[in-house]
Design a protein. Sequence first.
Length: 131
Amino acid sequence: CWVCLGVWCFGLYNANVETLAATILKGAAGFSGVLANVTVKLVRCLMEYPLAESGIGKKAQILTEELSNFLSNSYYPVSAKVLLMEMGIFKSINTRVKNSELFTDKMLKEGKEFITRIKEFEIEYDKKSKM
């Protein structure tokens, strides 16, 4: 969804991955949530196949839903920073809004498992994209 006023154009960008498919189908210009920092390819796949019932698009939907639940239920935003730190983007999991010391070893293990699953998804997506 774009609005242009003279030389200035503005687009509606969704930051909530749970509603990404619906907003893309209604004309949203793109996505600007934290998930894009973790895996651009997963977001790209969701935008390409917003309502896929099978294949790589459905896998993207399932992984995104599970990842979103993990982030929400595992002390967000610390959980997001942990994923980004595991990927080499941040050097610290400290946030200005939550005590990072409350992030548990169990949550860290789950986060590392998601990084592995995301990397596996990205390899599969790359293979599909080259076809």
